[in-house]
Write a protein that binds this ligand. Structure first.
Ligand code: B12
Ligand code: SF4
Length: 446
C-alpha cells in the first residue's frame, strides 16, 4: 500500500511567493513518517513549496489540516477523490471540527496519531475501517524521521524543530492548545530529545512546545543535558517562568537565546476574561521582563488585540510597553476565534461571529476579522494592528533595538538572525494581510 502525505498551504497572493517566514520544516510529517511501518511505500508533497502531482499513483492520501489550511485541504481531497483515492485527515482542525472534516475525508483522526496510526493503516488494508479514530496525548515516537523531506530541505528556514512535550496545563479561553489537549501535558524522554538534536545539521533549534515548563523539574533536567551540546535554541513560554531565576540561568547556560512570550494583552480586564491573570501579579510584569533580559535572553513578545476591553488606547500603551523593553521582535495580531475554543463558543452564543465557518467563507483572507469586537469596528481593529506593527518595525526602531541586543548578548548568530528577521518583518508587515485563504496554489512555480 502506498501513502501520500500532504501538508496543505494557506494560500498566497497572485504572482507572489509563499510567505518565507512560514516556511519551516514540517515536523508533523517527520513524526507521521516515523510512525508509519516500513512495509508501506510513501511520498510527501509540501504544498507550500511544490506542486502536488495528483497523477502520481497512490492508495491513501493523508492530509494534515489546520484551520487556516482547511479550505485548501478540502480542495486537495476533492481532486484525489475524483480519482477514487481514500482520504485520511488529522491535525488541529480535524481534532477540533471532526464532523466538518468528515464531510471531505473517509477517515478522521482526532488527537495524536501515535497510538492509532498503525491500527488505521491495518484496518484500511483489511477493508474494515471506522470514520473516526481518537488518539490520547502521547509522544512516544522515539526520534522523528525527516528523511521524507530531505529533497526539500533547502526550501525551509535553517532551523530544526524539536518537540519536548505536548499540551499545556493552563486553560486560556481563546487557545486551540487548550481545546485540543484539555489541560493534559506529556513530555518525551530526555535521551530521545538529545539524540534528535545531535542528529540535526542546523545550529539553531526551535523547541515547538507551547508550554515547556508544564513540568518544571523535567525542564530543568533537560536543560542540564542540553547545555552539554553547545547549541542555540528558542522556545515559547509564559511570563511567570521568570519568577524562578534558577530556571532562567539554566536556560541561558544551555543555549536559550530567545523566548516567545504570549503576553496577549497588558490590560488586566482582558487577562481576566481570557483566564490568563496567573502569568503576572499586579505590577510584576516589568520586573519579570527585565529579569529575563538581565539573564541575556531576548523576548519575542506576542500580543493579541480585539479582546472585549481593547480600543485604540490599548495599542498606544502596548507600543509604549514594547519601546520600554526593546523587544527582539513582536507580533501584533488580531484575535482569532478558532473553532471549538471557549472564545469561539462565547462569540457564537453572543451572536458575534460573522460566519460560523469563517475559515471556509467566500473571499476570506488572512487578516479578515471574523467576529464583531466590542469597542471598535472590524475595520478599525484591522487598521490598528497593521499601523502599530508598522510603527514597531520602522528602520529606526530596528536599529535602536539591534544596539540594545548587542549589549544583551554577544552571540553572533542571534544578532545576525535579529537583523534578518526584523528586516524580513519590516517588509512582510503588509504581505500577510490579504493573503487569500486556499487560493493561487496550483500550477505555480516556486
Ligand atoms: C511550529 C509551528 C508553526 C511553524 C510552522 C510549522 C509547520 N508548518 O510545520 C510556524 C512558526 C511557521 C507556524 C506558523 C503558523 N501557525 Co503554527 N504552530 C506551530 C506549533 C508550535 C508546532 C507544530 C508542530 O510541528 N507540532 C508537532 C507535531 C508532531 O504535532 P501535530 O502537528 O499536532 O501532529 C500530531 C497530531 O496533531 C496528529 N496529526 C497531525 N496531522 C495529522 C495528519 C494525519 C493524516 C494524521 C493521521 C494525524 C495527524 O498526529 C501528529 C502526531 O501525533 C503548533 C502548536 C503545537 N504545539 O503543535 C502551532 C499551530 C499549529 N500553529 C497555529 C497557527 C494559527 C499558525 C499561523 C496561522 C500563525 C500566524 N498567525 O501566522 C501560521 C500558519 C502557517 C502555515 N500553516 O503555513 C495554530 C493552529 C490552530 C488551528 N486551529 O489550526 C497552532 C496549533 C498554535 C496555536 N497555539 O493555536 N506555526
Ligand atoms: S495560551 Fe499558552 S498558556 Fe494558555 S492554554 Fe494556550 S498554550 Fe497554555
Amino acid at each position: 500500500m502506498k501513502i501520500t502525505f500532504i501538508l496543505p498551504a494557506i494560500g498566497k497572493k497572485s504572482n507572489e511567493r509563499y510567505l518565507k517566514s512560514w516556511l519551516m520544516e514540517p515536523l508533523t510529517i517527520a513524526v507521521l513518517n516515523k510512525l508509519t511501518p516500513k512495509k508501506y511505500d510513501r511520498v510527501f508533497f509540501d504544498d507550500r513549496v511544490e506542486n502536488i502531482d495528483f497523477d502520481e499513483d497512490t492508495d491513501v492520501v493523508a492530509i494534515t489540516v489546520e484551520t487556516y489550511t482547511a479550505k485548501r485541504a478540502y480542495e486537495i481531497a476533492r481532486r484525489y477523490k475524483e480519482k477514487g483515492k481514500l482520504i485520511i485527515m488529522g491535525g488541529y482542525h480535524a481534532t477540533l471540527m471532526p464532523e466538518e472534516v468528515l464531510e471531505y475525508a473517509d477517515i478522521v483522526i482526532k488527537g495524536n496519531a501515535e497510538e492509532v496510526w498503525e491500527q488505521v493503516l491495518e484496518d484500511i488494508e483489511n477493508k474494515n475501517y471506522r470514520d473516526i479514530y481518537e488518539g490520547n496525548t502521547c509522544l512516544d515516537y522515539g526520534l522523528a524521521d525527516p528523511s521524507i523531506y530531505k529533497d526539500k530541505v533547502k526550501k525551509y528556514l535553517p532551523i530544526s524543530l524539536i518537540e519536548i512535550g505536548r499540551g499545556c496545563g493552563h486553560k486560556c479561553e481563546f487557545c486551540a492548545i487548550n481545546a485540543y489537549y484539555k489541560g493534559n501535558y506529556k513530555h518525551r524522554k530526555i535521551e530521545h530529545i538529545i539524540e534528535e538534536i545531535k542528529q540535526s545539521k542546523n545550529k539553531v533549534f526551535f523547541f515547538v512546545d507551547d508550554s515547556i515548563f508544564s513540568d518544571k523539574e523535567f525542564a530543568k533536567q533537560l536543560f542540564i543535558e542540553v547545555a552539554k551540546l553547545n547549541i542555540t535554541w528558542v522556545t515559547q513560554v509564559t511570563l511567570d517562568i521568570a519568577r524562578d531565576e534558577e530556571v532562567l540561568r539554566l536556560m541561558k547556560k544551555s543555549g536559550c537565546e530567545m523566548i516567545l512570550i504570549g503576553f496577549e494583552s497588558i490590560d488586566p480586564k482582558n487577562l481576566e476574561q481570557m483566564n490568563k491573570t496567573w502569568t503576572t501579579k499586579l505590577g510584576e510584569r516589568d520586573e519579570l521582563v527585565e529579569r529575563i533580559h538581565k539573564n541575556g535572553i531576548s523576548i519575542y513578545a506576542s500580543f493579541v488585540f480585539g479582546f472585549d476591553f481593547d480600543n485604540e488606547e490599548s495599542f498606544r500603551s502596548n507600543l509604549e510597553f514594547c519601546k520600554k523593553h526593546q523587544f527582539y521582535i513582536t507580533a501584533f495580531n488580531h484575535l482569532l476565534a478558532f473553532p471549538n475554543t471557549e472564545t469561539y463558543e462565547r462569540f457564537k452564543r453572543e451572536g458575534r461571529l460573522h460566519n460560523e465557518r469563517w475559515w471556509l467563507s467566500e473571499g476570506y483572507t488572512f487578516g479578515t476579522i471574523s467576529f464583531k469586537p466590542k469597542l471598535i469596528s472590524d475595520q478599525e481593529l484591522k487598521r490598528l494592528c497593521k499601523l502599530y506593527k508598522t510603527k514597531f518595525f520602522t528602520f529606526g526602531s530596528i536599529f535602536k533595538r539591534g544596539i540594545t541586543l548587542f549589549k544583551r548578548t554577544k552571540n553572533p548568530l542571534i544578532n545576525l538572525i535579529f537583523w534578518q528577521m526584523n528586516i524580513l518583518f519590516h517588509f512582510e508587515v503588509d504581505k500577510r494581510a490579504g493573503i487569500p485563504i486556499g487560493e493561487n496554489l496550483d500550477e505555480r512555480k516556486k
